[in-house]
Write a protein that binds this ligand. Sequence first.
Ligand code: PAF
Length: 279
Amino acid sequence: MKLFETITETRSFSEKARISGKTIGFVPTMGALHEGHLSLVRKAKSANDLVIVSIFVNPIQFNNPEDLKKYPRTLDKDLEMLESVGCDVVFCPGEKEMYPEKTNKSYDFGTLATVMEGAFRPGHFNGVAIVVHKLFDITLPHKAYFGEKDYQQLQIIRALVRNEKLDVEIVPCPISRETDGLARSSRNERLTPQCRRAAPYIHMVLEEAKSLAPAHTAEQIIRFVSMKFKDHPLLKLEYFSIASSETLQPVSGVILPGSYGFIAVFAGEIRLIDNIKLI
Ligand code: PAF
């Protein structure tokens, strides 16, 4: 497995691979890898000649400086894990390499970026789009793999590819869950033992919402979910939204096929997100 820290080495590797007819699968990450990331790498391995994984904690997508400071960084363990699943190249740039100067690029994703995560984390998706666009230009992938836990991010990346006419196929990957149902996330490492024990409740409530969805309206399900968190001693609901999986705009009344439930919850200080296809 090769480890590159510079854009030049990485792009030149990818250019040569493309010239020799090899296909490239790309998995962008911020490190602190877990089984969910590895499942993306395995999927990329099975469909491409080469797999490149990037590890870069992207400062411009954090709207909360404390969150950036405390984001887990576990590079040695990450590299071991990537080696074990046959990753070919890890691109691991420093901040100066990615952003030699301040960037003020601004993308317009319309209403896709103004709801849910976009509403609660201003600037987040612009920061994600900037780094992912740059990473695509560096790694030149044929296919890029994104987890559905960050469903809104996935839709933003699809819009980025459409709007900027990028020649890369976006491959969505199902949410990877712990055996107790908690969606895998690098942030889970920072949960206190008490909050870790409480956190599977989030998925449990989403499953209950799903089972109620065929016979209830969106407003009734939203009330149900907010009641389930009202007096919870450890989990604080930030939002629960029922929205179209395509447009991400809120659904009202009868829940139509293609609607998802999207949730953000604070478990102590740690913010967790999850989602479920309702119908
Ligand atoms: O999903 C993530 O880990 C990040 O948002 C990404 C796509 C690597 C961009 O920094």
